[in-house]
Design a binder for this molecule. Structure first.
Ligand SMILES: Cc1cc2nc3c(=O)[nH]c(=O)nc-3n(C[C@H](O)[C@H](O)[C@H](O)COP(=O)(O)OP(=O)(O)OC[C@H]3O[C@@H](n4cnc5c(N)ncnc54)[C@H](O)[C@@H]3O)c2cc1C
Length: 201
């Protein structure tokens, strides 16, 4: 993630550069849900604006960090200090947003482990973010044919499950971007084939 993420108190709360986004974007929902009023703000500067997929909504824009804080209804002095502390902790490195680069902070809690660059080039931007429900994740247990297990442990004669309702069988824990549709396609084919065979026999 580019820039930093702060909560309503204008304070950072997690390493924004822990890993590449497909392996980390799902955990941010829970992280933001744990913050006051379940809201957070991604704060970045002009140097990062063109580095990520454009959002449908334009970011909130300001000429300075205190002005940005005012637009976000955050404490300007605290946000200014959070950004200054972050900038002071950024160590020199070779920025590479396609890899786990060596741009990191030192002596900062929480650290930013990769893609840490000073937030100093106006205009400054922010996106307010909130958690949302993307899928159900856990539901029923299935076998390799996507046939459902019943409560007593026996497989069902005629019930199959596909998609999110059985995704926990594949994932167990965590989530990687794109895996929802992959699970849906593969288990849908298995379950569809099983159900069709069952109807024929
Ligand atoms: C904002 C968002 C972004 C996403 N982005 C991605 C992505 O980039 N890549 C990716 O791989 N996945 C993504 N996903 C996840 C992906 O959309 C889901 O994994 C996928 O849609 C699940 O398909 P499904 O058929 O299992 O369930 P669903 O699409 O949830 O279908 C379940 C259906 O059952 C219906 N239903 C529920 N209860 C009943 C009932 N009692 N009776 C009758 N019908 C009922 C519902 O109305 C719904 O139509 C995203 C999800 C969201 C919300």
């Amino acid at each position: 993630m580019f820039g930093i993420v702060v909560n309503k108190k204008a304070e950072r709360f997690y390493d924004e550069g822990e890993d590449i986004w497909p392996k980390r974007y799902a955990i941010w929902g829970r992280l933001v849900a744990g913050q006051p009023d379940q809201i957070a703000y991604i704060v970045f500067d002009a140097s990062s604006l063109k580095l990520f997929m454009p959002s449908l909504f334009p970011p909130i824009t300001a000429g300075s960090i205190p002005e940005l804080a005012q637009k976000l209804a955050l404490d300007p002095a605290v946000l200014d200090k959070t950004v200054s502390d972050f900038n002071a902790a950024v160590r020199p490195g070779t920025f590479n947003h396609n890899d786990l680069d060596d741009c990191r902070t030192e002596g900062l809690t929480p650290p930013k482990s990769h893609w840490a660059r000073k937030i100093e080039e106006a205009p400054f931007y922010a996106y307010p973010v909130r958690p949302g429900i993307t899928f159900t994740y856990l539901g029923v247990r299935v076998n390799e044919e996507s046939r459902m297990f019943m409560t007593e442990g026996q497989v069902s004669g005629n019930m199959f499950a596909a998609g999110e309702i059985m995704a926990g069988n594949v994932l167990g824990r965590g989530y990687a971007a794109g895996i929802g549709m992959t699970i849906g396609c593969v288990s849908g084919r298995l379950a569809g084939r099983g159900a069709a065979n069952n109807a024929r026999n």
